[in-house]
Design a binder for this molecule. Structure first.
Ligand code: BES
Ligand code: ZN
Length: 602
């Protein structure tokens, strides 16, 4: 399959880099990890591709201490002049490095700040095993620059190799070819031979062990978590096979999962070759593994074909949600995937209601210039993006849409894509083959207007129809113990709970709790759907479980709605502040950043 020539890049409002002048090609990283001072220190050597004989290399940094910069190969280093720009709260500081004529390589000696936003340093008490400290990074969207001076724009790709030195009893892993065992020196070498953007740079260090699942898949986790994780993700290899059947070969060789401690701020992060996941999907019944299908799907949508800027985030996430549900359908059938689709739709309606009918943040194509992408990126990219593809499926049929998507990935692999180029490609390859299709699809209403275009087909789930019936029966007075909930998955429970009105009486919730042990559910999604009702009703038997959940779990998607519900409850303000004070040290900066605003701490 011929790949088309790289497209010209649109300007990225979230990067100081000027990749059209000179861009990085390959990174040689050498870092030491100091758990005592919470500092990474070492050297980053960038090999350059000089496009226009530029005199200056512009890099992104934030809170980095730059100790020295030199140019030339390692044996003949000469120092060069460099300058840090004015700090900006969101973008950090540019690092401008003078490039003498003919420079092909630049080395930066630097160290990170103890509070570097991408990094979370955990004490032993914050891990599952309780014996060893832990470090992990979260670089998306623009945090790579807090631990690596780089061209931190998703339109810039590079390969890398790295040496990482850690305390000898810990294992280091990256978004690269990874070790499967500890070594006595605590020195690890990594290679990433496929070019990736900076937001996919990742590092984790901890008391980690590995269990293979197949020749190309496996699980890393703390030893105490590993058996549970291995059984939860037993279908991993089947997922990769299903994904390949849909949209073409997996291009990254291995696919492993790393299960992080519970403070990981996201559900999952698609770091190439090594997806990072929250332990809150270890439900014991494999009910929350669609999140893994999602991160796996990013190996095509996102990691292979990458949004050119964060304004084009829907190209990453919308395709990924659609792809995720197709993988789940292949493995577990249409009724299962339909439940996921309806849950996604519910959350889309919720986000639209929250943002309002005229909000430009409900367009697929965003304008995040001047804003922190971390605050501007919401559910719209995911669910409205998916809905556009679902509508296309509805209009042209699966065979034609699948052929289009497969070809789209193949032709643009290892390249970036912006919204305008995607639309041009979509017209050329698909829409123009059918007269009137673009109008029928209401393409511009999806991309550049708020809300959901009227052409979107309804989404329904047979299994949820039964849930809705049971919910209504219970609200009408049928005792909870008489409801037919046998065989319900957590998705059915979440749908049941999300559709309950507020506030219910405390007695009514007590009845439900007695019948189904919701307060003590081991399923994080069920808990997150249950607690808002207990708070609204003032059902206090759930308080302790809620507080323990908020202190243990750092996943922002759960924390934000729960703190909002807590703040809205009677005497909730003081309770929210008290829990937050206790829990905040457990949260990663991307979670505490959002919560500080919500709780008036910033
Ligand atoms: N790439 C995202 C996580 C992300 C997005 C991090 C934007 C930083 C900025 C990841 O693929 C994701 O979408 N995770 C979701 C789970 C998914 C099943 C919707 C999450 O973490 O909740
Ligand atoms: Zn995603």
């Amino acid at each position: 399959m011929p790949t088309s020539a790289a497209l010209p890049l649109p300007a990225d409002p979230h990067s100081y880099a000027r990749p059209t002048e000179v861009s990085v090609r390959h990174l040689m990283l050498d870092l030491s990890v100091d758990f005592r001072t919470h500092i990474l220190s070492g050297e980053a050597t960038w090999q350059l591709q000089d496009l226009s004989e530029a005199a200056t290399l512009w890099l992104d940094t934030r809170d980095l201490q730059i100790d020295a910069v030199s140019v030339g190969d390692h044996k003949h280093d000469t120092s060069t002049t460099w300058e840090l720009g004015q700090p900006d709260a969101i973008l950090g500081q540019s690092l401008r490095i003078a490039l003498p004529a003919g420079t092909s390589q630049v080395t930066i000696r630097y160290r990170t700040a103890p509070g570097a936003a991408a990094l979370q340093w955990l004490t032993p008490a914050q891990t599952a095993g309780q014996q060893q400290p832990f470090l992990f990074t979260q670089s998306q969207a623009i945090l790579a620059r807090t631990w690596l001076p780089c061209q931190d724009s998703p339109g810039v790709r590079f390969t890398y190799e790295a040496t990482v030195r850690v305390p000898s009893h810990l294992l280091a892993l990256m978004s690269a070819e990874n070790p499967q065992m500890r070594n006595a020196l605590g020195e690890y070498h990594f290679r990433m031979t496929q070019p990736i953007p900076a937001y996919l740079m990742a590092l984790a260090v901890g008391d980690l062990a590995f269990t293979p699942l197949s020749g190309r898949t496996g699980i890393y986790a703390e030893p105490i978590t590993l058996p549970t994780a291995t059984s939860e993700f037993a279908d991993l290899d089947k997922m990769v096979a299903a994904a390949e059947e849909l949209y073409g070969p997996y291009q990254w060789e291995r696919y492993d999962l790393l299960v992080l401690p519970p403070s990981f701020p996201f559900g999952g992060m698609e770091n190439p070759r090594l997806t990072f996941v929250t332990p809150t999907i270890l439900a014991g019944d494999r009910s929350l593994t669609s999140l893994v299908a999602h991160e796996l799907a990013h190996s095509w949508s996102g990691n292979l074909v990458t949004n050119a800027t964060w304004n084009d985030f829907w190209l990453n996430e919308g395709f990924t949600v659609y792809f995720e549900r197709r993988i789940m359908e292949k493995l577990y059938g249409r009724p299962y995937a339909d439940m996921l689709q309806v849950l996604g739709h519910t959350s889309l309606l919720h986000t639209l209601a929250e943002l309002g009918p005229a909000s430009a943040d409900t367009h697929l194509h965003l304008n995040l210039a001047g804003r922190d992408p971390d605050e501007g990126l919401n559910e719209i990219a995911y669910e409205k993006g998916d809905y556009l593809l679902l509508t296309l499926e509805h209009l042209v049929g699966r065979d034609e849409l699948d052929a289009f998507i497969k070809e789209y990935f193949a032709r643009h692999r290892f390249q970036s894509m912006d919204t305008a180029s995607f639309l041009a490609y979509l017209r050329r390859q698909l829409l123009n083959q059918h007269s009137g299709l673009e109008e029928k699809l209401q393409l511009s209403a999806w991309v550049d207007a708020p809300g959901i275009p009227t052409v979107a087909p309804p989404v329904t789930s047979e299994r949820f129809t039964l849930v809705e019936q049971a919910r209504q029966d219970w609200l009408d007075g049928t005792p909870a113990t008489l409801l037919s909930t046998k065989g319900w998955s957590s998705h059915e429970w979440v749908h049941f709970l999300q559709g309950l009105p507020d506030p219910l009486s405390s007695d009514k919730l007590a009845e439900l709790d007695a019948a189904f042990q919701l307060t003590h559910s081991g399923n994080s999604e069920i808990l997150a759907a249950w607690f808002p009702h207990t708070l609204a009703a003032g059902y206090h038997p759930a308080d302790a479980a809620l507080e323990s959940f908020l202190t243990r779990v750092g996943r922002r998607k759960f924390l934000v709605p729960l703190y909002k519900a807590l703040l809205a409850a009677p005497d909730g303000h003081e309770r929210a502040q008290a829990v937050y004070t206790q829990a905040r040290p457990n949260y990663h900066s991307v979670a505490s950043g959002t919560l500080d605003v919500l709780l008036g701490r910033s």
